[in-house]
Design a protein around this ligand. Structure first.
Ligand code: SF4
Ligand code: SF4
Ligand code: SF4
Length: 340
């Protein structure tokens, strides 16, 4: 029996489409607990991260400057600031190829009071959240993005990177950025100052933060501290630690006693979002107002995308079909050329 190119492509397409349709239909039928989902990746027991408390942040941006210095990043001037800033002042407004950490402001109405949603203002710190199940690691075709099995820090290897920028597209938090203005551009994102941690120094942002708004520690310890804080009531006295919550990395720092001014949102950002993140945040203003994605599932996107991939590629049926098609076409074209 002979198989024409048209027949072959038609059958291959029907086979692939059937497999893809079956996979998508199964996902659509039971998106919560799907046979195609792979199990979520757990947070490493020794995972480390940051706890950012928006109510303690005074917007001084010492963390932005320290992050630049610690990571050799250049000054950045926002386009609307060039009239008064010739490049002496670092004034980033977004994460970028020059900025790994930025403090952004929420404002509303008269902005009369800090940490108030209406007629108030608040700050939010943006940097890589070091996801438990990171999309950037999942999509990277050459393992230039990796997650450390012990600390959970998500790192980038420029020597392995092929510049495809899938990580930029895949991150649900919009974190990795590409250096578009460099002929040898790399991806840039926070790597939790792992070079400083290797020398028992704090991540630079938590090292310099004067109020303890950015606190370093084991994610489990930070989560417990976040739970303690959101349970506090306005008017209560409490202790806010500074530096490393365990007082080990970078030496012990004095924290401070304070009266809780405002009611915390009953939400620890990063506790559940997309499978959990090692960097967490608490705030008095809702997180959607602070421009963090809140309408997201509690398992990471890779649980579904990798599950579907593994199903379609099970037994290498998809790639084998494609390869056979390409070989057939190459053979036909070579034969036709020889005859001619
Ligand atoms: S150093 Fe601390 S208080 Fe200052 S902007 Fe950064 S997080 Fe806020
Ligand atoms: S926040 Fe984005 S860049 Fe950071 S680990 Fe998660 S997916 Fe990767
Ligand atoms: S951990 Fe280091 S790289 Fe990450 S935001 Fe803080 S200072 Fe910047």
């Amino acid at each position: 029996m002979t198989l024409s190119r048209r027949n072959f492509l038609s059958k291959a397409a029907r086979g692939s489409a059937a497999a893809a349709t079956a996979a998508c239909a199964a996902v659509a039928a039971a998106p919560e607990a799907n046979a195609l989902q792979r199990p979520p990746k757990p947070m490493p027991a020794e995972a480390v991260g940051l706890l950012y408390d928006s109510t303690l942040c005074i917007g001084c941006k010492a963390c932005v400057k320290a992050c630049k210095d610690a990571n050799g990043m250049p000054v950045e001037v926002a386009p609307d600031q060039t009239a008064w800033n010739g490049g002496e002042w670092d004034t980033p407004v977004e994460l970028s190829g020059k900025t790994l950490n930025v403090i952004k402001a929420y404002t509303n109405g008269t902005m009369a009071e800090k940490d108030r949603e209406t007629d108030g203002f608040a700050f939010i710190k943006r940097q890589c959240l070091h996801c438990a199940d990171p999309s950037c690691v999942s999509v990277c075709p050459v393992t230039a993005m990796t997650k450390d099995a012990r600390t959970g820090i998500v790192s980038y290897n420029p020597d392995a990177c092929i510049g495809c920028r899938y990580c930029v597209l895949s991150c649900p938090f919009g974190v990795p950025k590409y250096e578009y203005d460099s002929p040898t551009g790399q991806i840039r994102k926070c790597q939790l100052c792992k070079h400083r941690l290797a020398e028992n120094q704090l991540p630079a942002c938590s090292d310099v933060c004067p109020t303890g708004a950015t606190l370093f520690g084991r994610t489990e310890d930070l989560k417990a501290e976040a739970k303690r804080r959101v349970a506090l009531k306005p008017g209560e006295r409490t202790h806010y630690p500074r530096g490393d919550i365990a007082g080990k990395v970078g030496g012990r720092r004095d924290g401070h006693e304070a009266t809780v001014r405002v009611a915390y949102q009953q939400h620890i950002y990063g506790e559940k979002e997309l499978g959990g993140t090692q960097c967490l945040a608490v705030s008095a203003v809702p997180f959607d107002k602070l421009n963090l994605p809140t309408n997201v599932p509690e398992t990471g996107y890779p649980t579904v995308s990798e599950g579907i991939q593994h199903t379609l590629y099970a037994g290498m049926v998809g790639p084998a079909t494609l390869l056979a098609g390409l070989v057939y076409l190459a053979h036909r074209n070579t034969k036709d050329h020889d005859v001619d």
